[in-house]
Design a protein around this ligand. Sequence first.
Ligand code: ZN
Length: 69
Amino acid sequence: MVEQYVEKPQVCPKCGGKVVEIIYGEPTEELFYAAERGEVMLGDCCIQVDKEGNIISPNWGCIDCQETF
Ligand SMILES: [Zn+2]
């Protein structure tokens, strides 16, 4: 499992590709187009939390290798 990043990494730690924000929740039409342009990635509809309520879903994704972190 890849380490989670609070701040957006400049490049993908795995392949050096482009890093974009992962958007959770019901995507708007605008977000769909942004995702198609490779500007954001769409996550699951629900953010995953652990037992203490901390968000454990990845914040960032690489549009080149699809890695999330
Ligand atoms: Zn990558």
